[in-house]
Design a protein around this ligand. Structure first.
Ligand code: COA
Ligand code: MG
Length: 291
């Protein structure tokens, strides 16, 4: 899961384009990019799209972003789309790990009703769209085996807080949004799921996107959401470990193995101890996981 491309669920044209985008995951949206008047039509189009592409071996993984628990639309969303067996559900405005437990329980019911194997439908959650959600970023461990990824959002958080700006004059996130980003990364790792960076909304600014992707990859995020197909390739490249990084990780793992797995070794004049080994193993597991 390096690139996750949002596609409005009421746009047949964009949905078709999404298939050719090269994104690892499509996030078909029933929430904020769909007007209230279009919700029913979006559910119909999304369900038909899922049904058409489920058996398509070239299609990406397809998640559906449903409306939040407090919208009163979540149940109708699930009812409409679970018949078409999406690979996963993206839950917006999650405020606590308990929300994931609750969604897990709802999915079990819909899986049973629709002849889907128990537990097959994955969950991803956006956890910083409210002040409360941001404060509860550490509550996502052991909530559901389905939980695969956690990500964050700045737009809704700024609306919840009443923040006037998200970024400073240099274009960097202001402290509160940096905090949300940080607790998302820590919350995801603590829960043992993929940490995914939020969207870069200025979709014509490729240099800015590249920089933000590189920062995220350095910090430990394993992927980033996109809003435009032109962003996908840059994201995929940034979150694919380089051949040098893979070779170095393999060399570290091999050197520990060859030395009988001690606490510390020397390799090319550098001291390496357990955290180095752990980081190398994590990188290799992510490479294998992406294959
Ligand atoms: N998925 C698939 N196709 C997309 C797309 C997306 N997210 N965004 C744009 N496209 C398509 C356009 O339809 C257009 O197709 P065309 O060449 O056949 O006309 C092409 O890519 C180029 O698009 P462009 O003209 O550069 O942008 P736009 O003005 O049409 O769209 C947005 C701009 C922001 C409205 C659009 O990118 C979008 O809808 N993004 C997703 C928004 C979303 O889901 N937000 C919720 C999460 S934050
Ligand atoms: Mg939103």
């Amino acid at each position: 899961m390096r690139s996750l491309l949002f596609v409005p669920g009421d746009s047949e044209k964009k949905l078709a384009k999404g298939l050719e985008s090269g994104a690892d995951v499509l996030l078909v949206d029933l929430e904020d990019s769909v007007s209230l008047d279009n919700k029913i039509e979006a559910r119909r189009i999304t369900a038909a799209y899922l049904a058409d592409n489920l058996e398509n071996p070239d299609a990406p993984t397809i998640f559906v972003r449903i409306n939040s628990f407090d919208s009163n639309m979540l149940e109708d969303d699930l009812k409409a789309i679970m018949v078409a067996k999406p690979h996963g559900i993206l839950l917006p405005k999650a405020e606590h790990g308990k929300d994931v437990t609750l969604l897990d329980a709802r999915l079990r019911v819909y899986e049973a009703e629709n002849n889907i194997s128990d537990g097959l439908t994955r969950i991803a959650a956006i956890i910083t769209e409210t002040a409360l959600g941001t404060l509860n970023a550490g509550t996502y461990g052991d909530r559901s085996q389905r939980l695969s990824a956690i990500t964050w959002g700045a737009e809704d958080l700024s609306a919840d807080i009443g923040a006037l700006e998200k970024r400073d004059a240099d274009g960097n996130y202001r402290a509160i949004f940096q905090h949300a980003r940080t607790v998302t990364l820590l919350g995801a790792v603590a829960a043992g799921v993929a940490p995914i960076d939020t969207v870069y909304t200025d979709f014509r600014d490729m240099e800015g996107l590249r920089e933000e992707c590189d920062e995220a990859a350095i910090d430990g995020f394993t992927g980033k959401m996109a809003i435009h197909p032109a962003q996908v390739e840059i994201i995929n490249r940034a979150f694919t470990p380089s051949n040098e990084a893979i070779a170095r990780a393999k060399a570290i793992v091999d050197a520990f193995h060859a030395a009988g797995n001690p606490g510390v070794i020397g390799l090319n004049g550098e001291m390496l101890d357990r955290p180095h080994l752990k980081r190398a193993q994590l990188l290799l597991s992510r490479v294998i996981g992406a294959e």
